[in-house]
Design a protein around this ligand. Structure first.
Ligand code: PMP
Length: 408
């Protein structure tokens, strides 16, 4: 197995006891831990460079602006965007999706149009598009999920062929099933019909190599906090000409060319969509996280995740009364395992695990329609990152065996 356990030394938070046991942190799909390098970058920023960005003519503001804009360039390179102007800093995936659902829809969506999502979307992608279609009288349709946790692509084909679809929004990696969707193929189908695409990469960026140009999407969103950066910072990629065809969604400082009391003119992307003082420290932290992940290597992170998931799936499948959701083959899934246990509700199981120092997550994971689809009250989810080890999976299996004995 790809051994990255030496990297645990970079994560101060991992070295603690919880309820008298060494912490096993398997809640990475909710948020990842932060390495010392990212924490240090935040402290350094506040101790040396803190000043508001743009328009400042003094040394600290110039420095802060240069560092801030350098991260935009870094993000563009990291996810394969052609131009740094195609990267808009957001609070995270949710804000990026809302930006598109509001600002793109205002220009491009009208009554009678159809937006297509999938049955495995996170609530952020479902609710934002529900709000968007309700505003203009468009309709929301979805691509169902098959029993093996993959999308029913034949339904996508027929929706694209028969409905006036304007937007297709699809999750890259499902946070509940772990399914890695064939987003390149999906975007090609949409593009062939002139349909715009938004890919939710919350579980993908920082976990698998991502190249937005190769995927061929119009928009792509991600959250920094799931890839070693602080909470409150993330990114939206949009094709430059598409971004500049959209009106601003928030008004304020930083996004204007000129303002009179009657009307204003706006800057081009990305600043047109970044009203007000941004999360400067968050952006600095995001840059440090990208440096860190690149030093580890995305291929190594992906390989480790795949191997650890394969190991965990084999062990989990051997437990009595356990039902694992999502694709059966680890090659088709990301490094998480969502499951039900016949003898215990996910919340009870997660509380039991916590008494042993094991951090799992139980519930609907912001995918209520998906839980309904699989007739599950919720699932227990173990989600891994590169600093997790095989020994920690063994510890989880040991705790689950104890739980089965306790609840049965
Ligand atoms: N999409 C997916 C697939 C996610 O897993 C999440 C986070 N759970 C989000 C969107 C929303 O991300 P955030 O809360 O960081 O905005």
């Amino acid at each position: 197995m790809t051994d990255l356990s030496h990297l645990r030394a970079d994560f101060p938070i991992l070295h603690q006891q919880v309820c008298g046991h060494p912490l096993v942190y398997f809640d990475n799909a909710a948020t990842s831990q932060k390495p010392r390098q990212v924490i240090d970058a935040l402290v350094h920023y506040y101790e040396h460079d803190n000043a508001n960005v743009h328009r400042g003519l003094h040394e600290l503001s110039n420095r802060s602006t240069a560092n801030f804009e350098a991260v935009r360039k870094k993000v563009a390179r990291f996810i394969g965007a052609e131009h740094e102007e195609e990267i808009i800093f957001t609070r995270g995936s949710t804000e990026g999706i809302n930006l598109v659902a509001q600002a793109w829809s205002a220009q491009h969506l009208k009554a009678g149009d159809v937006v297509v999502i999938t049955g495995m979307e996170h609530h952020s992608d479902i609710v934002s598009w529900q709000l968007a279609v309700e505003r203009c009288g468009a309709t929301l349709k979805h691509v169902p999920v098959l029993d093996d946790g993959t999308l029913d692509i034949s339904v996508l084909d027929s929706l694209l062929a028969t409905e006036p679809v304007k937007m297709l929004a699809c999750v890259h990696i499902s946070n509940s099933l772990g399914t890695i969707n064939p987003v390149k193929e999906i975007c090609a189908k949409a593009r062939a019909r002139g349909v715009a695409t938004l890919i939710d990469g919350a579980q993908a960026v920082g976990h698998v190599p991502v190249n937005v140009r190769d995927i061929g999407c119009d928009f792509y969103v991600f959250s920094g906090h799931k890839m070693c950066a602080p909470t409150g910072i993330g990114g939206l990629y949009g094709r430059l000409e598409t971004l500049n065809s959209m009106q601003p969604w928030h008004g304020g400082g930083e996004m204007i060319e000129t303002v009179t009391l009657e009307r204003s003119t706006y800057k081009a992307a990305p600043h047109r969509f970044e009203a007000g003082t941004p999360d400067i420290a968050g952006v600095i932290g995001l840059g440090a996280a990208i440096d860190y992940l690149e030093s580890v290597g995305l291929e190594n992170i992906q390989a480790h995740g795949r191997e650890l998931t394969l190991y965990a799936m084999e062990k989990l499948n051997a437990l009595p009364g356990l039902r694992l959701l999502g694709p059966p083959a680890p090659a088709d899934r990301a490094s998480l395992a969502g499951f039900t246990l016949a003898c215990a509700h996910p919340h009870d199981l997660v509380e039991f695990a916590n008494t042993q120092g094991l951090a799992l997550r139980g519930g609907h994971h912001c995918t209520q329609p998906l839980m309904k689809r699989f007739k599950a009250p919720g699932t227990t989810r173990a989600s891994f990152y590169f600093y997790n080890t095989q020994a920690e999976v063994d510890r989880m299996i040991d705790i689950l065996n104890q739980a089965i004995a306790f609840f049965s």
